[in-house]
Design a protein around this ligand. Structure first.
Ligand SMILES: CC(C)(COP(=O)(O)OP(=O)(O)OC[C@H]1O[C@@H](n2cnc3c(N)ncnc32)[C@H](O)[C@@H]1OP(=O)(O)O)[C@@H](O)C(=O)NCCC(=O)NCCS
Length: 170
């Protein structure tokens, strides 16, 4: 099975939204509130979708990952939030999500990013190097699933704020 990962194109936008809707609906037992599928559209509209990658298998879009810049209270720059990350139900568990995370991190390294944060399950994300970082705090929500990966430099310290698109208009 070949997974092809590439930048989103304008013609992908509706499919990306449909994958997110289906993925979050299928995982609604995990505490998703039914609005996360709108985040990517919100980010795109706000011009804040820094990197948006899709995964294709035999020409069909099966997954998506977004990256957007985050603010950190110590003034650190070059830090990005990874997410949403979604894989079409029925295609999960085949390495597509992992491929998207690795490709997203490659892109961040290529652009000289300093680090990446996300809210997610550590049992999945630790395989890419994400860890709980006591120097970084997420202002609005619980720390339980807040993970970070320093890519360059000496790290950052402070309160992290995701783009307002994660909360507005949902
Ligand atoms: C999370 C998600 C993107 C993973 O995609 P995927 O293509 O199934 O992932 P992969 O096939 O690369 O990896 C599967 C591995 O991750 C684990 N995994 C998948 N989802 C997980 C979750 N929510 N929590 C913990 N582990 C998870 C699987 O058990 C499997 O582990 P293994 O490799 O040890 O067997 C997908 O399940 C999804 O779209 N979920 C709904 C949306 C969501 O919750 N996104 C994450 C928050 S941003």
């Amino acid at each position: 099975m070949d997974i092809y990962i590439r930048d989103e194109q304008p013609g992908d936008i509706d499919v990306i939204a449909a994958i997110a809707r289906a993925a979050y609906l299928a995982n609604s037992h995990n505490g998703h509130d039914g609005h996360q599928h709108r985040i990517v559209d919100n980010l795109r509209r706000a011009g804040a979708l820094a990197i948006s990658l899709v995964a294709e298998i035999e020409g069909e879009l099966v997954g998506h990952v977004a990256l957007s810049e985050v603010d950190i209270s110590d003034g650190s720059t070059g830090w990005y939030g990874l997410g949403p990350l979604t894989v079409k139900p029925g295609q999960q568990g085949r390495g597509i999500g992992s491929g998207l995370v690795r490709a997203a991190l490659d892109r961040l390294r290529q652009r000289g990013a300093n680090g990446c944060v996300l809210v997610g399950d550590s049992s999945f994300f630790r395989r890419f190097g994400f860890v709980y970082d006591p120097d970084l705090m997420l202002g609005e929500a619980s720390q339980e699933h807040f993970l970070a990966l320093s890519l360059r430099g000496s790290g950052a310290r402070g309160v992290v704020a995701f783009h307002p698109s994660f909360f507005n208009g949902c």
